[in-house]
Design a protein around this ligand. Structure first.
Ligand code: ADP
Ligand code: ZN
Length: 224
């Protein structure tokens, strides 16, 4: 009998494509663990660690943090026991170097990428999405000024929290820099995963639930 490997799902897509929103829905539905290098880096910045101090100004400018820092942070997190349930990589890998390091890491553990899903969206809409977004300060649920307000004004749908926060880099100007970094350094990874036979593309301009449905089908089919 072959043992089922824990799923390794990669979400590719520009800032604002909905990677975080979808990753959280997949966590709830499939018991996978969301691993967001953006969240890990923001935690390092908030904690004032050496990696956080080095990453802060790059993140504020909308550039990419060095592979060295990102890989160190990711490897640390991958060593936690909960990761054994399977992971959704959200915002990683973002460069050729990171993709090669991930391939090596998985190979060493006898694992493979289950699927790399490219969330396909229009650039102009992404600037608008990113500029209006905010999250619950308690549970991290994502919201948007125009597209997804909490059902009750000022109260989180998920946890009833009443404090919300916005990221310092969610301005139109920084979003443009992040979008260019995506096209220059991350979009080429689509071909990398296509060559491995694990690429899936989803139209991510539609409603959140429709995208979640398409992703759920991919995860279901690929982990069967
Ligand atoms: P978004 O995808 O909306 O840009 P993230 O939270 O994934 O948001 O990332 C925020 C910032 O953190 C990025 O603009 C970048 O500076 C840094 N970052 C996150 N993940 C990586 C990564 N894998 N490699 C390099 N920098 C990263
Ligand atoms: Zn909440």
């Amino acid at each position: 009998m072959t043992e089922t490997q824990p799923a390794v799902l990669i979400l590719l897509g520009p800032p604002g494509a909905g990677k975080g929103t979808q990753a959280r829905m997949l966590e709830d539905r499939f018991g996978l663990v969301q691993l967001s290098t953006g969240d890990l880096l923001r935690a390092a910045v908030a904690a004032g660690t050496p990696a956080g101090l080095a990453a802060k100004s790059v993140m504020e400018a909308g550039g990419l943090v060095s592979d060295e820092i990102v890989l160190a942070i990711l490897k640390d997190r991958m060593a936690d026991p909960d990761v054994a349930r399977g992971v959704i990589l959200d915002g990683f890998p973002r460069t050729d170097g990171q993709a090669a390091a991930l391939d090596a890491l998985l190979e060493g553990a006898g694992q493979k990428v289950t699927a790399a899903v490219s969330l396909e969206v229009d650039d102009a809409a992404m600037i608008e999405r990113v500029s209006g977004r905010f999250t619950c300060a308690t549970c991290g649920e994502g919201y948007h000024d125009h597209f997804k307000q909490p059902r009750r004004d000022g109260v989180c749908d998920k946890c009833d929290g009443t404090a919300f926060k916005r990221r310092a880099d969610d301005t139109a100007e920084t979003a443009r820099a992040r979008l260019s970094a995506y096209h220059a350094q991350t979009a080429p990874l689509i071909a990398h995963y296509d060559a491995k036979g694990v690429l899936e593309r989803i139209d991510a301009m539609g409603p959140i639930d429709q995208i979640a449905g398409a992703l759920g089908q991919i995860v279901g089919a690929r982990s069967a």
